[in-house]
Design a protein around this ligand. Structure first.
Ligand SMILES: *Cc1c(COP(=O)(O)O)cnc(C)c1O
Length: 416
């Protein structure tokens, strides 16, 4: 069962100051989870989580994670700028981009970020653009299907990312010729996995590859980046990933493969986004409208522009009606936003308690790829982001957009 991290009373207090809809983040949950991740990998001396900024690009959130020992994973100019503003320095920043513009790469190099190359041709390009750094990482794509115990997890052969295996061996050699001294390997082979076996299986593949790369090229491999992909269970039933078991599975692979090959000082990096933030965000929204036609509809003041996952992926997000947690869930509704798009539904045929106008709904697990996937379709304005602090207080960490923000890019005209 999923329970909200706020009560109805707390929500009403916040709504007095900041109208719905808004994204609310749970500082306590974020910190506890980050500590648990660090504990799960504490057996590895150099372990570091590089939070995937794209999941929740808010400086207040980044600062919390920084205090918990995390770095950042960036893939664009503005993500680099945001990280810079938060005081992330040099190797606290991983730059994992693809189809990289010159300007972005130059800034990453200037800031001393660890550059994770997505393509073989980027080796020469980077060297000519701003020189080859001493420490560099390459992204690996094994192609084919990624399976765990005969179950297909994802389809890397159809993914645009990374070097083929042959390109990786040639790439390491070329990079060494160009002066690179310290190497990393990165791979992201399956998204939103809900099995404790994903990281350990990926680790075994990358650890064996590291041994082969070292033996064939002589490269000094310093770190292995398991990237993102450890998911969360969005459903109210079924288990969540157990990060302690995941860390232990990676440790076993490390001891089986790297340690006997004299590579026991390799650091493990992760670039988790969803796992770090999704469960610690709620989209809080109020009921504006009920409608009885061929179906029963509940219309709320949030819409797909605030949380695109249900419209985009058909993703399930659990919904709680605050104060009605213990009512019978015996009404069936479609819960919709107000976009002129029929996929703007947070839930379809969902059993819920009886809902009334002005009820406050919490849409769960919206802390990652929630606000950040938002958009302005139909002229909808982006919502505020609010932090529920550890002491129970709250802080506005991004104000809601106003029409002026929406019209700001027409700054060459005097209509507005
Ligand atoms: C999106 C992304 C991540 C984070 O993925 P999650 O599914 O949020 O864990 C990590 N690394 C890279 C390069 C990414 O593009």
């Amino acid at each position: 069962m999923k329970t909200p991290f706020i009560t109805k009373k707390q929500a009403e207090e916040i709504i007095k100051k900041y109208p719905t809809p808004f994204h609310l983040y749970d500082e306590k949950g974020i910190r506890e989870n980050a500590r648990k991740l660090n504990k799960a990998f504490s057996w590895n001396k150099g372990f570091k989580e590089y939070f995937a900024v794209k999941a929740t690009p808010n400086p207040y959130i980044l600062k919390i994670l920084q205090e918990e020992g995390c770095g950042v994973d960036c893939s664009s100019l503005t993500e680099l700028m945001l990280s810079d503003a938060c005081g992330f320095k040099k190797h606290d920043i991983m730059f994992s981009s693809n189809v990289t513009p010159e300007e972005d790469m130059k800034l990453a190099k200037e800031r001393g970020a660890i550059i994770n190359l997505d393509d073989f041709t980027h080796i020469q390009w980077l060297d000519e653009l701003c020189g080859t750094p001493e420490t560099i990482c390459c992204r690996f794509n094994p192609g084919g299907h990624f399976e765990i115990e005969n179950q297909i997890m994802d389809n890397p052969g159809e993914a645009k990312y990374g070097f083929t295996k042959d390109q990786l061996f040639d790439g390491y050699k070329l990079l060494m010729e160009k002066g690179a001294k310290n190497f990393g390997i990165h791979a992201f082979l399956a998204s939103n996995t809900t099995t404790n076996d994903y990281y350990p299986n990926l680790a075994r593949i990358l650890f064996k590859l590291a041994v082969d790369l070292k033996n064939e090229t002589g490269a000094n491999i310093k770190f292995i980046n398991l990237s993102g992909g450890v998911g969360v269970n969005y459903l109210p039933e079924g288990p969540q990933n157990d990060i302690l078991a995941i860390g232990d599975g990676v440790r076993k692979a490390f001891e089986d493969i790297l340690v006997p090959n004299g590579m026991g000082d390799i650091a493990i990096f992760t670039e988790l986004g969803r796992f770090m933030l999704a469960p610690y965000g709620h989209l809080v929204t109020k009921v504006l409208h009920e409608k009885h036609t061929y179906k029963e509809y509940i219309g709320v003041d949030a819409c797909a522009a605030d949380l695109m996952r249900p419209a985009m992926y058909g993703a399930y997000h659990h919904i709680t009606v605050l104060g009605k947690e213990n009512d019978p869930w015996d009404y069936k509704y479609d819960i919709t936003g107000g976009l002129c798009e029929n996929n703007d539904k947070f839930a379809i045929d969902r059993m819920m308690p009886k809902i009334k106008i002005d009820d406050i709904l919490v849409i769960h697990d919206s802390g990652a790829h929630g606000y950040s996937l938002g958009y302005n379709y139909n002229g909808k304005l982006r919502s505020a982001e609010i932090l529920l602090k550890e002491d129970g207080g709250n802080q506005l960490i991004r104000r809601a957009e106003t029409p002026k923000d929406y019209f700001a890019t027409f700054d060459f005209t005097d209509i507005f």
